[in-house]
Design a protein around this ligand. Structure first.
Ligand SMILES: [Zn+2]
Ligand SMILES: [Zn+2]
Length: 156
């Protein structure tokens, strides 16, 4: 598996479901295109207060696009987005940045599902960020200040 210089855990985040946000131009992959996004929910995905902006889960400095090379083809994937309150320096958004007390991870329900991700089986069936990917796993965001685990698993 070619992770293009990223860790396996970081490379795996690309293409996973958003929480309350989306890209506004889903078929453009330009560097600047990675920043074109919007919230789709009014509340913060962490604390439920009014959301003011979006957290780009994988920093753009790690690459706006990750090319997932699989036996089924190459899939250009972008970072998931979370609707959050505050800004890069305040509120929950700061928790992912300077505050660094919010740790997101994606947990597959079984090792087979993770294998199905790397093999391209899931991403060839559903578009990147598709909510059906929640059939195979979930977001777990750990608040290391409070010990609270925030779980996101939407089903449609
Ligand atoms: Zn919040
Ligand atoms: Zn952010």
């Amino acid at each position: 598996m070619n992770f293009h210089g990223l860790s396996r855990d970081k490379a795996m985040l690309y293409g996973l479901p958003h929480i309350g946000a989306r890209y506004t131009r889903s078929r453009k992959w330009s560097r600047s295109g990675a920043r074109r996004y919007e919230r789709t929910q009014e509340w913060c995905s962490i604390c439920g207060r009014p959301a003011t902006n979006c957290h780009h889960v994988v920093p753009v400095s790690n690459g706006a696009v990750f090319e997932l090379d699989t036996p089924r083809g190459t899939f250009p994937l972008r970072s998931p987005l979370f609707a959050v309150c505050g800004s890069g320096t305040t509120g929950c958004h700061n928790g992912f940045h300077g505050g660094a007390f919010l740790k997101p991870r994606w947990v597959w329900d079984s090792p087979e599902f993770e294998e199905a991700w790397w093999s391209g089986e899931i991403i060839s069936r559903f578009a990147p960020h598709h909510p059906a990917i929640y059939c195979y796993g979930q977001w777990e965001i750990e608040n290391t200040k409070t010990g609270l685990l925030i779980v996101h698993r939407e089903r449609y």
